[in-house]
Each structure stands twice: as structure tokens, then as C-alpha cells.
Design a binder for this molecule. Structure first.
Ligand code: SAM
Length: 373
């Protein structure tokens, strides 16, 4: 059970939670999930209780609406987030409030950002019944388009579809916070905590490691969710570093996008691609232009380390523009190859390099006028 606070209000919250977990199922209500002791013989012995879902509306998998229904897992998420009584907690995707009510029992204030108006109503209704609405701020909207208010901690069972851009927004945006405790798809979490040389290590891990430390806290079974997703989950804690390397973060993000654009290829091979050279030539020899940004695709997704999108339209436009500069482009390519080889990077694979090594390469390239953003 989650930690108790001593004020009478908080005792009230705890009392309600305890009562709920032991009460017999009440008549169905539309939007207040109850906690019910499972009686089915198929019920897992180690998970005798579930937050009950009364199906007041359809849950949309496309919106990542998998509610965490195990009180044991929910208590553990709230407890391991390290919420203090003076903290403002940001929760992204509160759903019907299974985690929110636990956070309200621990924090000074919870700010919840929820895109689905039906969830917003259900959450407000539930928290209002607990008499805690004055400590909850609900922002009805898309977390990726919402300016987050100030907060101390982010604690959330997020829709997995926005994992990468949300972590990017938290770590590379203007937010200052102690930690983000997030329930993520297990495979994604493993990549987040991987280190150079691991088979999972990728651009996401490199970018996150630059500015934060990540700790794997626990695994959560897919059976703990309603509806049951296809994948298991893991809880991670992301702590922003107090000091980060003195590098332009936009430049770094664009650089890692290039480095990790071809899986398992050496840096020499990656930087020899005509398309890439032309793109870098344009960027390094002109002001930032719309075409360049279009090819680059923006830096809000930390995780796009698969094969490069074949953006034929943008490439042909750029090739058209640099047609008359062909000899300069060729010199530019030689310069890049020279920098790679002189630094001993040509035969190296980015997924095996530490961030210190990647930062060194970026510095060498920037010094010679090769720009990524
Ligand atoms: C995985 S469910 C978690 C619900 C609740 N936290 C729980 O654990 O039971 C994700 C929630 O995020 C909401 N959501 C999906 N996309 C969102 C977005 N872009 N911004 C804010 N909320 C979003 C969904 O509607 C859903 O309520």
C-alpha cells in the first residue's frame, strides 16, 4: 500500500482506497472504476484484486488506452516515483485516474494532461467524489501540443505511441524537474537503459544518456492492464543530469540522426552517401532553409534510428539546387572523409561509440564547417 500522510485529508484518501479495495462490488456506475476481489478460479493467485473497469465507454488501443488495473503495480509505481508532500506531479495520460488518486495521496498537487474528453470527465468525477479536486489540475488536450506548467516530478503510465517524443519534450524542452518515472513498453525501456556496444543501443539511448541517467525499476506484466496489450511493460526512472556537455542540443540531435540513420553501417559508409553529403553541403553553406528542415524531419523524435526515409521529393529539390556546385560538393565530401579517417572514426560503428567519442567527432566536423542543424 502506498505511504500515508498524516493530515486528516490524506487519511481520508487512504481510508477510501482501503475501503474500496475490500468492499464488495457496488452497483455499476458509469465512470467510477471500483476495486473488486476477483473470484474467478482463473484469477492469478498473486493478483487477487483489480481496479475494476465498468466499460462506460470503448477504450481505443490507437490512443494507447490500456489502463493499469493492478493495485499492487499502481501502488508500486506511485511509491517508487519518490513523490514528496510538497511536490507538484505532472501525469501524462491519467485515463480514469487509477494512478492519479494514488499520486494525490502523496503529492501537493497533480497536473494531469489527458487527450480524451471522456477520460477527463471520468477523472474529474472520480477525484471530485474523493473531495480532492482542489489539488488536481486537468489539462484537456494532447500532451505533445500542450505547454507543461512547472512541475517537480513526472509520473505516468503513458500511451506508448508517444514515448519517444514525450521523453524528447521532457529532456530537451524547457522543463526543469527532478525525475520522470514512466511506465514504458519493455523493449523500449531496455533500449533506454542500454549502453554503447549493447545490441539494443541506438540513437534514443545516446540522446537520453547525454542529458539524463536512466534506471530500470521493475517489470510489469501485460496481464496487469485492461485491455491486455500485446507487450509487457517496464517502469523506468529518468533523472536529468545536473550538468550536461557544452554542446548545442539541436546540433547534437541532428548529428545523431545522421550517425544512426543506417543500422550497423560504419560512419565512413554513412557519410559517403550522396544524399547525405548534399544535404550537409546545403546546410553548411547556407542559412537554414525549409528544404533542409524537411529532409532532416525535425528533432523531436529521439528514436528514429532505422533506415533513412527515402524522401525523394526533398532530395531531388536539393540536388537541383546544388547542380552547379558539383565540384564543391565533391571537395566537401573529401573533407568529411578526411576528418573521419584522421580521427579514426571511418571504420567505427556509432552504436559502439560513447557519447564522449561522438561529441569529439561532432566537434571535429563543426570546426571544419560541417553543420548538422
Ligand atoms: C496507457 S493509458 C493510461 C491510463 C492511466 N494512467 C492508467 O494507468 O490507468 C494512456 C492514457 O493517455 C491518454 N492519451 C493518449 N494520447 C495522449 C496524448 N497525446 N496526450 C495526452 N493523453 C493522451 C489516453 O487517452 C489514456 O487515457
Amino acid at each position: 500500500m502506498i505511504a500515508q500522510r498524516s493530515s486528516s485529508t490524506m487519511q481520508g484518501v487512504h481510508h477510501i482506497l482501503l475501503l474500496s479495495s475490500r468492499a464488495k462490488p457496488k452497483p455499476k456506475t458509469l465512470s467510477q472504476p471500483l476495486i473488486q476481489r476477483r473470484t474467478s478460479s482463473s484469477a492469478a493467485a498473486d493478483s487477487p484484486e483489480r481496479e475494476r473497469w465498468e466499460r462506460p465507454f470503448t477504450l481505443h488501443r490507437a490512443r494507447g488506452q490500456h489502463l493499469l488495473a493492478s493495485p499492487r503495480a499502481l501502488d508500486a509505481v506511485a511509491r517508487r516515483a519518490g513523490v514528496g508532500p510538497g511536490d507538484t506531479v505532472l501525469e501524462v495520460g491519467p485515463g480514469t485516474g487509477n494512478l492519479t488518486v494514488r499520486l494525490l495521496a502523496l503529492a501537493r498537487r497533480v497536473v494531469a494532461v489527458e487527450v480524451d474528453p471522456r477520460m477527463v470527465d471520468a477523472l474529474r468525477d472520480r477525484v471530485s467524489r474523493l473531495g480532492l479536486l482542489d489539488r488536481l489540475t486537468v489539462i484537456s488536450g494532447d500532451a505533445m501540443k500542450t505547454e507543461f506548467p512547472e512541475f517537480d516530478l513526472c509520473v505516468a503510465n503513458i500511451p506508448y505511441g508517444i514515448s519517444s517524443p514525450l521523453i524528447g519534450k521532457l529532456l530537451f524542452g524547457p522543463c526543469h524537474f527532478r525525475s520522470a518515472t514512466l511506465l514504458l513498453q519493455k523493449e523500449f525501456a531496455r533500449r533506454l537503459v542500454s549502453v554503447p556496444g549493447d545490441s539494443e543501443y541506438n540513437r534514443l539511448a545516446a540522446n537520453v544518456r547525454l542529458v539524463a541517467n536512466v534506471e530500470l525499476l521493475m517489470d510489469v506484466s501485460k496481464k496487469d492492464f485492461i485491455p491486455c496489450p500485446k507487450v509487457d511493460s517496464s517502469l523506468v526512472k529518468i533523472r536529468p543530469k545536473a550538468e550536461v556537455p557544452a554542446v548545442d542540443l539541436d546540433e547534437w540531435l541532428a548529428f545523431t540522426r545522421t550517425c544512426f540513420s543506417k543500422k550497423n553501417k560504419t560512419l565512413g559508409a554513412i557519410f559517403k552517401q550522396k544524399k547525405k553529403i548534399i544535404e550537409l553541403f546545403r546546410r553548411s553553406h547556407s542559412e537554414r532553409q525549409e528544404d533542409n528542415r524537411r529532409v532532416n524531419g525535425g528533432c523531436d523524435d529521439l528514436d528514429d534510428d532505422g533506415e533513412d526515409d527515402d524522401d525523394g521529393y526533398a532530395r531531388s529539390k536539393i540536388e537541383e539546387k546544388v547542380g552547379e556546385d558539383a565540384s564543391e560538393v565533391s571537395l566537401f565530401k573529401k573533407k568529411i572523409v578526411g576528418i573521419l579517417n584522421a580521427g579514426g572514426f571511418g571504420e567505427k560503428r556509432p552504436s559502439k561509440l560513447s557519447n564522449e567519442e561522438l561529441l569529439h567527432l561532432l566537434q571535429l566536423l563543426n570546426q571544419e564547417g560541417v553543420l548538422f542543424h
